[in-house]
Structure formats: C-alpha cells, structure tokens
Design a protein around this ligand. Structure first.
Ligand SMILES: Cc1ncc(C[n+]2csc(CCOP(=O)(O)OP(=O)(O)O)c2C)c(N)n1
Ligand SMILES: [Mg+2]
Length: 619
C-alpha cells in the first residue's frame, strides 16, 4: 500500500481539499477554506498545516463564535453545497464555538468544527485552560459540543482520522442529517506523524441525493390534495435548500394553492407571485394567517413547524385540518400527524404538479386569495410610508432600504424586532435574497453571517439590518471584513436598547424592565440618561465607513453612498421605539407568571390563560 507520512493536521487538510459535491450534474469543491484563531491548542498542528496548504485559504477572524456564524452564512447562501471548516485553540477558543454549533445544527447547516483539545498523552496535564474532573480523565470542555453536533468525535490517534473523516462528510453532505460536525483534536496528536494511505487523498465526489417519495404515501398525498377545498402550503427552508422555487411556482400556478412562508422559507416565491401570501405565523401577514386558520389541508414543505410558524399551535383552526409533509428528514415529515412524503422538495413538487393535473382551487377560494393579497400589499405600502416626525418608524427604514436595494441583493438579519418586521414587510424578489437566521435567532450572527453570504456570492450586494443591542454583541468582525475586502452594508437601528423584548415585557405587564439602555441613578435603578454610545465612531474605529442619517431622506442618500463605497459601511439611524409593526391575528406563547404581586402581571396572566385555549394538538 502506498502511503504518505504526514502529521494528523496535514492529513486532515489534505483530505478536506479533495472533497467535492455534485447535485444535478454540477460539481463543486465543498470546502471554501478554514476560518479561525490560533492559540497553543492549534498553532503547531492545524496552524502549521495551513501554512503549507495555501490552496485551502485561511481567514483569521476576531472571535471563534463569529467564525462559525460566517461558516453558517456561507453554507446557507450556498444552499448547503459548500462549507467552511473552523479551527480553534483549546478551552475558551473552543467553547466560543458552541453557540455557533448550535445555530448551525438548528438551521440544518453544514459546518466543520475543529476545536483543539487537551493532550491525549496526559503526562503534562493539567495543561493551560484544561478543565479537570476528579471522576475521569476522559472528559473536557469539548464534550459540550456533543448535544449541538450531528456528528462528534475525538481523534486520540492519528489513524482514527481515516474512519472519522468519511463519517464527517456523510453528515455534512446529508440532505436530512446535516448540521455541525465536531472533530476534537488533541494538540499533541495534531502534530503527530503517521503513514496515511495514499487513497485517503484521492478526489472524492459526494452525490447530494434527491430522494423520491414512496409510491403509496405519494398516492395518499395526491388523494388528500384532490379532496381538499381550502388547501394551503407552508414553504420552509427546505424549498430553498433544494433549489425548488421554480418548481413551487409552477405547482402554485397550476393548482392555485396559496402559500405562506416561514422565516427560513421566505423568498420561496417572489413576493408578487399571485399565490404568495407572504409570512405565516406569529410574525405573519393577515393574508397568510387567515388562510391558514381555515385551511382543511396544509402542505408543509421543508419546515420544522417551529412555534413561530404554527403561532404556538394556534395557526390551524379548521377542526378537520389534515397535513401532508414533504421533507428529506423523516423526523420532520412525521410532525403534526401528517401524511409523510420523505422526499426532496423539488422532486416531490414536480411529481405532484403532474399527478394533480386538472385540479384547481375553486373560484371563490381564488377570489378570496386575490383579495387578501391585494389588501396585504396595500398594508405594506402604508407601513413603508408613515411619514413619522422627527424620528421615522422602523417600518419606514425597512421601506427605504427595500427601495434602495436591487432584486438580487441579500438582506441578512437574526434577532430583535427586525426578524418580525422583515418577515412581514420585506418583499423578496430572488431566492436567498432574504437571509434570516431565525432557528437560533442569535444576536451577533448578523455581521459575520452576512460576510459568509458575501463570500458565497460576491456578485450580490449584502445588507445587514440590525439593532443597537445586537450590534454591540459582535461588531469586531467589521475588522475581518476590511481585512478580507468583503464589503457589506450595515443599517444599524438605534432605539436605545431592546425594543423587541421591551415590547414583549410591556405586553406581559412588566413595563419593559431591564430593556432600555440608561445609566443607573441614585435611585439604584436604570432610570438616567440614554447611554452615550457613538455607534458611528465605533464603526469607523474598526475600519468601516460610517454615516449617521437623521431622516428617511438622509437614509436614502446614505444608502446610495454605501453602495458606491469600496468598504463595509455602517449607517446609523435613530427610530421611534414605540411605533411598532402590529401583529395580524396571531399569537406566540410566552408563559406569564402564574402568581405575582404586580397587578399588570396578574391581568396579563388572565389574558394569557384565555389565549392558550386556542392551542391545538394535531393528532
Ligand atoms: C445571544 C442572544 N441573547 C439574547 C437574546 C434575546 N433577545 C432577543 S431580541 C433581544 C434584543 C435585541 O435588541 P436590538 O438588537 O437592539 O433590537 P431591538 O429589540 O431594539 O429591535 C434580545 C436580548 C438573543 N436572541 N440572542
Ligand atoms: Mg435596539
């Protein structure tokens, strides 16, 4: 057997470089590169190997958590056909990646995590940053990756790579089991040499399958759709991952079935498609929520049925409602007692369109759909142009941003009041043009996530829409964007703290306690002036261009400047905190204190108990 003598780290990178994926006859290299930060736990192993493998680009970042977010943004924009690996030292560098790992796994995105680990040899333990246990020497902080990874392994001996790497690739390229893969790499083993079989380094092409539905389940699904009077379709992230928007548009045009979109599925149809009712659920449109409420058949495609989508199991109120689920993951396909089509979205939609030939929704249902759509578009226009003085409402900022953006541009956001407002209002024109991380809704994802999107598709302008709160969590990656020449445009909405959680707190009878950025006063409470944060100066100090806009007109001007700039630009605009986009006949279950000394909380509890009566089991 021909072998190559390499360190474990060198062999790992040698393998990663040779991994490709193929779908629909198109082949791509799978790994775009490696993101990370060096410390004593990886510099001599992975760090050394990266230096002698420059064809696998290395991008140093400012925070390991951000590295994983960047990798997730890259994978999402690539429809999971490409990924990044992330390298860290041991200890805090490694555990910084755990939040990112959870985010990737929840969003079903492939990221390969390579945290450094403590010495396998053990004789020098405890090493710097090692967590010791009195009950075993076989545990460390990297065990915390287990529940947030779809595959987890620790490479105690260099030859274990030979069996671990194919498993890692199987999971990373799986349409159903995709998520974070963690290979914990003890620092001494990274640097250890081994005679690896030459075969390990041959080019390998992983076929991304498009599974066909089982014949009997398919026949039952067709019969259920044909029998329905008020069918409604829920488009989830799986529609985009499968690159099925065109197949969905054909299905909807042929059958007249309307769709509502989840956060991950938004943009499955262009907003102006006649069957697009926009966002569904707690942050949904009136059009989608009304149709969902009365639907007798719900076709869920590539959706996890999160509580925001189901409005905490209140969205579907027709007593006879049934479900058909199309999903590559059996786990999701079986939810809500559906007829499960364990299949690829594009394949299933094309076959359903064919099998449903001649089926069309009734004229009265079609008229209802058209009327609701028209009303909703008028509502968006209203919210885009409120003309509020002296500070605009957030919906006006969204309107100005939408009008300034081009049809192929990408909008990235994740947490705060932005996901809810954008879910309702953003008019997505192109698949993947709406990039919302709402599986983990992680404050701090936005800037690195947007950089990942830009790395995946540099031909599209990438906008970030975020709040002052989330900006403060992870502005440091602006430095990385300057380093790499990865330009993004960041619109920072300054409303002096957490408007979203503040609003939620008020609705729970808690008066927004602890959610406003104010100084502590002699009363001992946070009741003083607004915190004097200069976001513009902060962004500029990190290397970005920065502009403050005082009005919608100035915002429009700033956006034009940002588009022509060659660097990441941050636009700061103050908004009217208390003018919010309303909800549209939906709800979200946030449990209210059952007993309290505060009267407003007691009242809120009474409303809560009443509202919960709408929650259903779909059995
Ligand atoms: C890492 C993380 N911590 C806490 C939360 C809970 N959370 C959700 S939104 C939010 C406030 C966001 O504030 P900001 O970015 O200013 O947006 P705004 O609410 O003002 O729209 C918080 C604390 C979260 N989603 N992520
Ligand atoms: Mg805020």
């Amino acid at each position: 057997m021909k072998t190559r003598k390499l360190t474990m780290a060198q062999a790992l990178l040698g393998f990663l470089k040779q991994q490709y994926v193929e779908r629909d006859g198109v082949e791509h290299r799978f790994f775009g590169g490696v993101l990370g930060i060096f410390g004593h736990g990886n510099v001599a192993g992975i760090g050394q190997a990266l230096q002698q493998n420059l064809d696998l680009p290395y991008i140093p970042v400012r925070n390991e958590q951000a590295a994983v977010h960047m990798a997730a943004g890259y994978a999402k924009t690539s429809n999971r056909l490409r990924a990044f690996a992330c390298t860290s030292s041991i200890g805090p560098g490694a555990t910084n990646m755990i939040t990112g790992a959870a985010l990737a796994t929840i969003n079903r995105l492939p990221v390969l995590l390579l945290p450094g680990d403590i010495f396998a040899r053990r004789n020098v333990a405890p090493v710097l940053q090692q967590l010791e246990s009195p009950s075993t020497q076989d545990i460390g902080v990297n065990d915390c990756f287990k529940p947030v990874s779809r595959y987890w392994d620790r490479i105690y001996r260099p030859e274990q790579l030979i069996t671990a790497l194919p498993e890692a690739m199987r999971v990373l390229t799986s349409p159903s089991d995709c998520g974070a893969v963690t290979l914990a790499l003890p620092q001494d083993v990274q640097a250890e040499a081994y005679e690896y079989p030459e075969e390990l380094f041959r080019k390998r092409v992983w076929l991304i399958r498009r599974p066909q539905p089982d014949a009997e389940s398919f026949a039952r699904a067709v019969a259920a759709i044909r029998a329905s009077r008020r069918p409604f379709l829920v488009a989830g992230g799986g529609v985009l991952f499968s690159e099925a928007p065109a197949a969905l548009a054909r299905f909807c045009a042929a059958t007249g079935i309307p769709i509502g979109e989840t956060q991950a599925g938004k943009g499955s149809l262009p907003y102006d498609h006649p069957q697009s009712m926009g966002a569904l659920g707690a942050t949904g449109t009136l059009a989608a929520n009304r149709l969902a409420r009365d639907a007798d058949l719900v076709i869920g495609i590539g959706t996890r049925y999160s509580d925001f989508t189901t409005a905490s199991m209140t969205a579907f109120q027709n007593p006879d409602v049934r479900f058909v689920n199309i999903n590559t993951a059996e786990f999701d396909a079986y939810k809500v007692s559906a007829i499960p089509l364990v299949a690829d979205a594009r394949v299933a939609l094309a076959r359903l369109t064919e099998a449903l030939a001649g089926f069309r929704v009734t004229e009265s249902y079609a008229a209802l759909i058209a009327g609701l759509k028209q009303e909703w578009e008028a509502e968006v226009d209203r919210l885009f142009h409120l003309g509020l003085e002296p500070r605009p409402a957030q919906s006006e900022v969204i309107g100005a941003l939408w009008e300034a953006s081009g049809p192929r541009d990408i909008l990235v956001s994740a947490a705060g009041s932005h996901p809810g407002d954008l879910h309702k209002l953003w008019r997505t024109r192109t698949p993947n043009g709406y990039h919302m991380e709402y599986g983990y809704s992680c404050m701090g994802y936005e800037i690195p996530g947007a950089m990942g999107a830009k790395l995946a598709d540099p031909t599209r302008e990438v906008y970030v829409f975020l709040g002052d709160g989330t900006y403060l969590m992870m502005p440091g990656e602006i430095v990385t964007s300057v380093q790499e020449g990865v330009k993004i445009i960041i619109v920072l909405v300054d409303n002096h703290g957490y408007a979203s959680i503040g609003g939620l707190s008020q609705s729970l009878g808690q008066q927004g306690f602890g959610t406003v950025y104010r100084t502590r006063t002699e009363s001992g409470q946070l009741e003083g002036n607004f915190l004097p944060v200069d976001y513009e100066a902060n962004a500029r100090s990190l290397g970005a261009c920065a502009i403050r806009a005082h009005s919608v007109a100035e915002l429009k001007h700033a956006l034009e400047k940002a588009k022509s700039a060659d660097r990441t630009t941050v636009i700061v605009i103050e908004t009217e905190r208390e003018v919010r986009v309303p909800g549209y006949e939906s709800w979200w279950d946030v449990a209210v204190a059952e007993v309290s000394e505060i009267e407003s909380v007691q009242q809120s509890r009474a409303r809560y108990v009443e509202a919960r009566r709408q929650e259903r089991h779909h059995l």
